[in-house]
Design a binder for this molecule. Structure first.
Ligand SMILES: *[C@@H]1O[C@H](CO)[C@@H](O)[C@H](O)[C@H]1NC(C)=O
Ligand SMILES: *[C@@H]1O[C@H](CO)[C@@H](O)[C@H](O)[C@H]1NC(C)=O
Ligand SMILES: *[C@@H]1O[C@H](CO)[C@@H](O)[C@H](O)[C@H]1NC(C)=O
Ligand SMILES: *[C@@H]1O[C@H](CO)[C@@H](O)[C@H](O)[C@H]1NC(C)=O
Ligand SMILES: *[C@@H]1O[C@H](CO)[C@@H](O)[C@H](O)[C@H]1NC(C)=O
Ligand SMILES: *[C@@H]1O[C@H](CO)[C@@H](O)[C@H](O)[C@H]1NC(C)=O
Ligand SMILES: *[C@@H]1O[C@H](CO)[C@@H](O)[C@H](O)[C@H]1NC(C)=O
Length: 645
């Protein structure tokens, strides 16, 4: 089943040249894996004649100005607020300089890889060659081994560290395949409740909000009305990653759970990326994979209708190697990010055409998928399990989405300060920094999520009403996680914390310093990055339990930051609607305005996010790493965003 090795390792017969002379390069260590790879076992040395698809990520220009550029169009104090960039301006601004391109070409040629073998991606930010293992070992002054995945038996060829000549290091972000192994499947953040809760007859209405958080309850709590215009340009997009397929029973949901009439035949625009499919009756639902999609689309339509929704279904879902990643989603939206041929980041992202039986046979989709004003993701991955260079490059791409006027929202996670384990509902943490830090199911170091750790996205945490099952919307909210006698699955915690990779962005520095100074968490630097210089999340939060969801004809009450995220994304879509109705553009990157206006949020001061054998962080007045700034107050946000240009 796992034949990705074969794709990468077409054995070289006659066309390959002998290993090149490495010349007198002064090699310097470029990247090294942090610790023992999680779930991978190192096997024998790779065969020197095997051919690798080598991709070299060229350093992009002007990235040191990323924060300046994004704040220029998103800081409410900036006179250029809302003046978003075109895709062309972005491609031109960040394209690798001629000096960079020449420097890398020169090194490759001197190493025996002549120009005829070089190919470039559309944005000229990837240079690709086919090279034998022997050639690649010479280029990077390293040794390649086979690695085998302990559970799936899948193979990778990887090295533990690699080197570059001092003179070309500044021109290269990273190269692949090198140290990457994980091929991590994005994890959804849902807590599907026991079906015993259904049916909900009699539980609609404002008196029962703490038992079932209907759209009517959310409207009353956050004070927004129904969407009331249909600007063609105002679409919200939700990405689902195969094998979490789309199968919502929208018509039943509209009939039973929305007070606003929504036509039964309302469906999202379906955008298939790299073989993404919708589900059907014969689709195996054992894992409840369709619940995530049902929750996302039902909740969002209930809030934003008649605004448009799009479904981006990413990856063919045939097996663990082809489930779709955030990178292949980005490739489909931005041709200039895309690598030239085949898989995007082989060995981290799936390869296309998918070599697995029944896999998607087309090439990787490069550009062409429409952008939406708001993008909602209920999935994330483990920061410590992905190479820093990979995360950095992708984080810059989220920044470019913001520059183009797109608001990107990600769920902060359902495991408090811990994180999800590869493919289950168990939690994992990290080993102490001197040993790793690496994913460790018994670790005590907090485990931040990716890409919520990226400062250019908006991370959304989870809340619930305060005061138990009889609570009303007037009782206020607290962080999710109060043990709920009716269903222990409600007992999960809002993801939050401090990145070990990304620096504290300017827009949140005051809020984060205040938290760390006034309410110092009782942990040392062995437990979390307490330097005061790290990106912290979540940014905002919203209700994250017991959302009515119809799935395969049954009513479920579903929770998770997977619920909170489409709620906030939908509210942003309503804010965009209000701006568009006044002849303004969409908001784009949200955080600078949100942090400048904490008064537009319901501050949440009760609760915490335990994990890793600790109590986690505590909610406090003002921003905190459990619920961020708090939950949205729609009228205040609308007033603020309508005042801005
Ligand atoms: C590498 O080889 C594959 C398979 O033959 C081919 O499709 C691809 O274009 C080659 N890439 C480069 C950069 O030569
Ligand atoms: C609907 O229209 C009114 C103006 O007629 C506006 O104030 C309101 O905010 C709009 N949208 C929502 C989501 O309430
Ligand atoms: C049903 O969906 C599964 C999973 O996407 C797919 O493999 C199968 O071909 C589909 N069957 C039909 C009849 O469309
Ligand atoms: C975690 O602890 C349990 C119980 O002590 C032990 O059985 C298991 O092997 C440990 N796991 C790891 C990865 O160290
Ligand atoms: C809710 O209210 C009912 C009726 O007043 C009461 O019997 C019940 O104990 C309350 N439940 C909780 C969890 O407070
Ligand atoms: C903590 O974050 C800062 C800022 O990003 C970084 O320089 C530092 O290396 C991080 N510390 C650890 C232990 O990861
Ligand atoms: C929807 O409402 C109908 C009529 O009240 C009811 O029979 C059915 O069980 C409900 N379905 C769900 C999934 O709540």
């Amino acid at each position: 089943m796992h034949s990705s090795l074969l794709l990468a390792a077409a054995v070289c017969l006659t066309a390959c040249s002998a290993a090149p002379a490495t010349g007198n390069h002064n090699f310097v260590l470029h990247e090294k894996r942090d610790g023992t790879p999680h779930q991978w076992t190192k096997r024998t040395r790779a065969h020197p004649a095997e051919v690798l698809p080598v991709r070299i990520g060229l350093t992009q220009s002007n990235l040191h100005k990323a924060e300046e550029y994004i704040l220029d169009v998103s800081d409410p104090e900036s006179e250029n607020f809302g003046k978003h960039w075109s895709a062309e301006k972005i491609a031109n601004t960040f394209a690798p300089s001629k000096k960079t391109q020449d420097g890398v070409v020169d090194w490759l040629v001197k190493s025996g890889i002549d120009v005829g073998r070089h190919q470039y991606s559309t944005g000229r930010n990837w240079l690709e060659i086919n090279a034998t293992v022997a050639e690649t070992e010479g280029l990077f002054n390293t040794e390649y081994h086979y690695y085998e995945h302990d559970i799936s038996g899948g193979h990778r060829i990887a090295c533990d560290e690699y080197h570059l000549p001092q003179s070309v290091r500044e021109h290269i972000d990273f190269a692949m395949p090198t140290i990457q192994l994980e091929g991590m499947r994005p994890m959804p953040n849902i807590m599907p409740q026991n079906t015993a809760v259904a049916p909900f007859t009699g539980l609609t209405g404002l008196a029962n909000c703490a038992r079932l958080y209907t759209v009517e309850c959310l409207r009353a709590l956050y004070q927004f009305g129904p969407g009331n215009t249909t600007a063609e340009s105002n679409a919200m997009g939700i990405a689902e990653f195969a094998d979490f397929l789309y199968l919502p029973d929208l018509a039943t949901f509209f009939k039973n759970f929305t007070t606003q009439p929504i036509p039964a035949d309302t469906v999202p625009q379906f955008i298939s990326i790299d073989g993404g499919q919708t589900a059907n009756a014969s689709y195996d639902q054992a894992e409840g994979a369709g619940v995530e999609s049902a929750l996302d689309f039902q909740t969002s339509y209930g809030i934003i209708y008649p605004q448009k929704l799009r479904l981006y279904q990413v990856g063919d879902g045939v097996n663990m190697d082809s489930v779709g990643t955030f990178n292949i989603f980005l490739d489909a939206l931005d041709e200039s990010y895309c690598s030239y041929l085949g898989g995007d980041a082989p060995y981290v992202d799936p390869a296309y055409p998918d070599p697995n039986e029944g896999g998607y046979t087309g090439p990787l989709q490069c550009g062409g998928a429409p952008l939406s004003n708001v993008l909602s993701f209920s999935y994330n991955q483990i920061e410590a399990a992905l190479p820093v260079s990979y995360q950095t490059r992708q984080c810059h791409e989220w920044m470019k989405m913001g520059l183009q006027g797109v608001s990107v929202l990600f769920a902060s996670g359902d495991s408090g300060v811990a994180n999800r384990y590869n493919s289950g509902y168990e939690n994992s943490c990290l080993t102490a920094p001197d040993v790793g830090p690496y994913v460790d199911s018994n670790g005590t170091r907090f485990s931040p999520s990716f890409p919520t750790n990226c400062p250019w996205i908006t991370a959304v945490g989870g809340t619930m009403l305060k005061g138990g099952l009889n609570a009303t919307i007037h009782d206020g909210e607290q962080a999710v996680g109060q043990p709920d006698a009716t269903d222990p699955k409600n007992d999960f915690y809002s993801g939050g914390g401090f990145s070990n990779v990304f620096e504290l962005p300017r827009y949140q520095s005051k809020a984060v310093s205040r938290y760390l100074t006034e309410y110092p968490p009782p942990y040392t630097s062995d437990i979390f990055n307490n330097s005061g210089k790290a990106r912290a999340y979540p940014d905002v939060s919203a209700i994250g339990i017991k959302l009515p969801t119809v799935w395969l004809g049954e009513g479920l009450a579903v929770g998770g930051t997977s619920a909170s995220t489409p709620i906030v994304a939908s509210i942003v879509t309503l804010l965009n609607e209000a701006r568009i109705a006044k002849g303004k553009g969409p908001i784009g990157f949200l955080n600078p305005t949100m942090y400048a206006h904490p008064e537009a949020f319901n501050d949440i001061t009760v609760g915490g996010n335990p994990g890793c054998g600790s109590d986690g962080f505590a909610c406090q007045p003002g921003w905190d790493p459990v619920t961020g700034l708090g939950s949205p107050n729609y009228p205040k946000l609308e007033e603020i965003f309508l005042r801005l240009p």
